[in-house]
Design a protein around this ligand. Structure first.
Ligand code: AMP
Length: 421
């Protein structure tokens, strides 16, 4: 497979799909530029070789052209971080854009306008009335699929090489993330540096496992994590199920959970998961105590109690000190660690303690030689909030993409590069 390190971009135009879907405030200031920074090594390599990156990305979920989602808002920061001249194309395709690309001088990059201004990027019809007939829906789908080929071919025609550095969208079979790859010879398409690192990190969790392997799955709902939990049961030695999910398990086992978050329609599923874990010899670790609050608020009155004996009118918003110790003990004995999802409502400062304790235990285990992967928006926000990112082996930029990869699914963005390679 072509490696970016070995490729010489000299005199070449490279279409680079990045994930610059950064958060913006109401004045279009970037509030977190991690995703731009993450793509810099790839863009710098192309420029240093004497090539021109043609940078393509989406921003938000526009339903058509909308200034709110224009990538022009981030142009200044991209140029500043890259330390190079970055021109802008108001349209990601078209004659003017083609001319701009042809006129690029050495050292210059071009940022294309939001790819999702075109329905063809995602290949999904837009503007259909909700009550449209199935016939109309099918016709619209067919039409957008047909014009998607044309759109993809146009994007591909502007470049000599294709680089995919957008792990965050690798689970989407969109024009610029997957379909475009077939227009390039095997030797001219490759992962960017970020994508390479992400793929390697996932491989370490999926294939190259040092045991014991512990996964810490937190977050609010069992329903959103069920597939990954089931998949992990075949791989891990220890599975810490934490966060809001805890209380569905506690209630299913007959505990008293007060007003804690719970999915009543998932109680059987929770028991079923516990049975499956037992059958597979996986050690499921659940909280024993909780930090409780008398309302869902940072300023609520708080206390600690057994996780299965929460008084009426109170709810568990984080784990308690006994559980922190329990989790830390398991984590520190582990050689491979995956963390997805907080132990509590970490957005409230008074309920961050458990998530911080988990983060610190992971850092300690990593210092002792474990491989640790943190992924999914909220756990990444946690390690950043607590200043622990440096102490873990890898912080993934992928949310949905990471979870799908760990679920064992083939990601279209990865397959498109690996196929025929
Ligand atoms: P998810 O999006 O499923 O990964 O869940 C992350 C969210 O779960 C965060 O916003 C947390 O605030 C929330 N969460 C974690 N623990 C609890 C809890 N005990 N009660 C309510 N929400 C929680």
């Amino acid at each position: 497979m072509q490696k970016i390190e070995q490729y010489n971009f000299s005199g070449k135009k490279a279409f680079v799909r990045v994930d610059f879907n950064v958060p913006l405030d109401e004045n279009f200031n970037i509030t977190d530029d991690t995703r731009i920074r993450a793509a810099l090594p790839t863009l710098r390599k192309i420029l240093a070789d004497g090539g021109n990156p043609i940078i393509g990305s989406h921003l938000g979920r526009p339903k058509g052209v909308a200034d709110k989602y224009s990538l022009r808002h981030i142009l200044g920061r991209v140029a500043q971080l890259l330390g190079a001249e970055v021109l802008f194309a108001d349209d990601c395709v078209g004659e003017e854009t083609k001319a701009k690309i042809a006129a690029l001088k050495p050292g210059q990059a071009l940022l294309l306008e939001n790819l999702r201004f075109y329905a063809e990027e995602e290949g999904k019809p837009r503007g259909l009335a909700e009550d449209a007939s199935d016939e109309a829906k099918n016709a619209a789908k067919k039409a957008v699929k047909a014009s998607q080929e044309e759109f993809t071919a146009k994007l591909a025609s502007y470049a000599d090489a294709y680089v995919n550095d957008a792990f965050g969208t690798a689970h989407r079979a969109h024009a610029s993330t997957a379909l475009i790859a077939k227009y390039f010879d095997a030797g001219d398409k490759m992962f960017g540096f970020l994508m390479e690192k992400e793929v390697q990190a996932v491989q370490k969790i999926l294939k190259d496992i040092n045991r014991p392997f512990t996964a810490i799955m937190g977050g609010s709902k069992v329903s959103s994590k069920i597939e990954i939990i089931e998949n992990l049961l075949g791989k891990v030695d220890n599975l810490i199920i934490t966060g809001g999910m805890t209380y569905t398990f506690t209630k299913a086992q007959g505990g008293k959970i007060g007003n804690s978050i719970c999915e009543d329609d998932k109680l059987c599923l929770a028991l079923d998961l516990l049975d499956k874990a037992k059958a597979k010899g996986v050690n499921i670790v659940l909280a024993t105590d909780a930090k409780i609050a008398d309302s869902f608020s940072n300023d609520a009155k708080t206390g600690f109690c057994a996780v299965d004996n929460i008084p009426d009118g109170w709810e568990g918003l984080d784990i308690g000190p006994e559980t922190e110790k329990l989790y830390a003990g398991v984590i520190k004995q582990s050689k491979t660690i995956l963390w997805n999802g907080p132990t509590g409502v970490f957005e409230f400062d008074n309920f961050t303690h458990g998530s911080r304790a988990v983060g610190e235990a992971i850092v300690e285990a990593t210092a002792a030689g474990a491989f640790s992967l943190v992924g999914g928006g909220d756990s990444v926000a946690c390690v950043n909030k607590f200043g622990l990112a440096e102490g873990v082996s890898y912080v993934s930029t992928g949310g949905g993409a990471l979870l799908e990869a760990i679920e064992g699914k083939t990601l279209p963005g990865i397959a498109a590069i690996e196929e025929n390679n």
